[in-house]
Every structure is written in structure tokens, then in C-alpha cells.
Design a binder for this molecule. Structure first.
Ligand code: NDP
Ligand code: OXD
Length: 309
């Protein structure tokens, strides 16, 4: 069994070690190295490039390094009929819960304003409500959104979600479909985007959506830069419709040095590291899926190519 690896984030030797521990009989090959393409059974890739996976005629499965698969599905020349598995692994999920909890608490407890006051030596007793009176909403309520809701639920935030299909999670009000979006937005003070990037969700974070939020809402986007119209975020911050934004993803990455977000006092930037796939735990999940495939079973966490995620 042979796996070709193109990760971009971690060194090839880190992944080889992790795969060796998880599935010793799996041969690992570095992308771009000398290998017979016909010998490759599995691909583990991030942004392989258009048509690149077609070079491997005997692929049984493509594993995405990331949870998002837009980097694969935008290839017009993907091999036909090969299942794609997105990344679902416990440490990636944990990392996202940390990022989301950090920024929800930061906005909820007015940390940006308190830091500005400290800089100016201002003693102004800013009051925040407690969590049950803060309305937090998730755009996208899949693996990551649900794990974040579990963590925020421990504080008893008032939670809601918007997804394609209805959810029945305890203590999370469910909205779905286009008719559910307006009522979801109207009740959401802190909006968290954890959607996949698909034709249906591209540019969803736009002026019309911000206008549907209560005035002075906060935005957290850890989905994809393609979800956000950046000029609309800047306009909503200028008008006060948005009070602040925490952005981990951008239309262009790396964020260009001249972009106004860099120096914006109401924007917290991170360089697409809200959460990162961790080799040891990810290799265990991939090994489990390879064992399933080798036993004639369907892999878990496959992508619905028609839905785009
Ligand atoms: P899932 O596939 O588990 O969840 C996706 C959610 O989005 C589901 O609730 C789905 O609805 C909903 N959704 C999809 N399309 C629509 C639509 N048209 N209208 C309404 N809801 C929709 O994904 P994950 O939670 O694992 O990951 C989400 C995204 O997070 C990834 O695709 C990736 O882009 C991003 N990500 C970013 C990282 C970072 O570091 N910034 C790290 C990891 C992921 P339903 O439940 O009904 O299917
Ligand atoms: C992911 C990402 O999709 O890192 O996992 O963005």
C-alpha cells in the first residue's frame, strides 16, 4: 500500500513518522519525488493543483489535509469516481474550539475596548452581560460548529445555528435554509462563520447579511476568505453595524501588506491558523479509513461532491 503526501504545513518526515506509527505497512512518498504513479493507492494532499491527481491511475481514495475541500473541488480535472475524504480529527476540532472560544469571550467581555482604555489610562467601568444573555450564532453547524457549541454551552451562552438541514442539538436553536437566515441573523450578536466554501456560500458575508444582524454585532470568520466581501466588512465596521471582527481567513492569503485590515483597530487578524491538522491524530484517522477501504468498507467522512462539502 502506497500513499503520496503533499501537506505544505508540516515537514514530510513528520508525516512519515506519524503514518509509520499508525499503519506500519503503508509506504509514504513525497510529492514530486521519484515514484511510479501507478503504484500509488492513496493521496494525502493540500492544494495539489489542477489535474495533478489524474497522474495516479490507481487511486482508491483522496484524503484532504484540511477539513475544507474547496482546494480539491475547484480542480476541473479531478479523477472520476475516487472518493474524497475530508479531514475530521480530534485535535483539529479541539484547535477550532480554542480559537472560537477565545474570540467569543474576547468580544463578549469587551476586551478590545478594555485594551484601548488601558493604553489611554482610562478607568471606565464597561459592563458586559453574563453569557446566558449573549446571543451567539453559528453559520455552519457541522463537526467544528457543534464542537464549539459544546464548549460555549458550558458558559451557557444563548446559542443558535444555521445550516442546510435542521439540527436537534440540545440548547441550540436551529435555523436552516434561505428562509431561516433572516431570523437567525436578527437574534445573533456574535456571528461565527464555520461554513465550507461552496458556490452556495461564496460571498455570504456581505453588506446585506451584516444589515440583518443587530447593530453593533461582532463577526468571527474561520471558514474561508471566499465567504467574505472585505469592502463590505470595512464599511460595516465604519458605520458601526459591526463592532468588531476576528478574521482568520482572507480573499487573498497571505493578506497583502497594504490591506486596510492590518492596521484596523476593530479587526483581529490571524494567518489561517484558527486550527491546524495535527499529524499524529490525523494519521490515526487516515489509517483507520485505509483499513476500512482495504477491508472492502466505505471510508468515513466522505465529501458529497454535488453539495460541495
Ligand atoms: P462540516 O462539513 O462538518 O460542516 C459544514 C456545515 O455547513 C454543516 O452544518 C452544513 O449544513 C453547513 N452548510 C454547508 N452549506 C450550507 C449552505 N449552503 N447553507 C447553510 N448551511 C450550509 O464542516 P466542518 O465543520 O468540519 O468545517 C467547516 C469549515 O471550516 C471547513 O469547510 C473549512 O472551510 C473551515 N476550516 C477552517 C480552518 C481554519 O483554520 N480557518 C480549519 C478547519 C476548517 P448541514 O449540517 O445541513 O450539512
Ligand atoms: C482546513 C483548514 O480546512 O486548515 O482544515 O483551513
Amino acid at each position: 500500500m502506497h500513499l503520496i503526501v503533499k501537506s505544505d504545513f508540516d515537514r514530510f518526515d513528520v508525516w512519515t513518522e506519524a503514518f509509520k506509527a499508525a499503519l506500519p505497512r503503508l509506504g509514504c512518498h513525497e510529492w514530486g519525488g521519484a515514484v511510479d504513479p501507478a503504484s500509488i493507492d492513496y493521496a494525502f494532499v493540500w492544494q495539489p493543483g489542477d489535474g495533478a491527481l489524474r497522474r495516479f491511475p490507481n487511486l482508491k481514495c483522496i484524503f484532504s489535509v484540511g477539513a475544507g475541500v474547496d482546494h480539491l473541488l475547484d480542480d476541473p480535472d479531478l479523477p472520476d469516481g475516487v472518493p474524497i475524504v475530508r479531514m475530521v480529527e480530534p485535535e483539529l476540532t479541539r484547535g477550532m474550539t480554542e480559537y472560537v472560544a477565545l474570540h467569543v469571550l474576547r468580544f463578549h467581555r469587551a476586551v478590545p475596548e478594555l485594551e484601548a482604555q488601558q493604553r489611554d489610562r482610562v478607568w471606565n467601568e464597561l459592563m458586559s452581560p453574563t453569557a446566558p444573555r449573549r446571543r451567539v450564532g453559528f453559520l455552519g453547524f457541522g463537526v467544528l460548529g457543534q464542537a464549539c457549541a459544546d464548549v460555549l454551552g458550558a458558559f451557557e451562552f444563548d446559542l443558535a445555528c444555521w445550516s442546510r438541514r435542521p439540527k436537534t442539538t440540545a440548547n441550540v436553536q436551529s435555523f436552516c435554509g434561505s428562509e431561516g437566515l433572516a431570523p437567525f441573523l436578527a437574534r445573533t450578536e456574535i456571528l461565527i462563520c464555520l461554513l465550507p466554501l461552496t458556490p452556495a456560500t461564496e460571498n455570504i458575508l456581505n453588506a446585506a447579511l451584516f444589515a440583518g444582524l443587530p447593530r453593533g454585532a461582532w463577526l468571527i470568520n474561520a471558514g474561508r476568505g471566499g465567504h467574505q466581501i472585505e469592502a463590505d466588512i470595512l464599511a460595516a465596521l465604519a458605520s458601526g453595524q459591526l463592532a468588531g471582527a476576528a478574521l482568520d481567513v482572507f480573499q487573498t492569503e497571505p493578506l497583502p501588506a497594504a490591506h486596510p485590515f492590518w492596521s484596523h483597530p476593530k479587526v483581529a487578524i490571524s494567518p489561517h491558523i484558527a486550527s491546524v491538522t495535527q499529524p499524529q491524530s490525523a494519521a490515526r484517522e487516515i489509517a483507520a479509513n485505509i483499513r476500512r477501504i482495504e477491508a472492502g468498507e466505505a471510508p468515513l467522512n466522505t465529501v458529497d461532491i454535488t453539495a460541495g462539502y
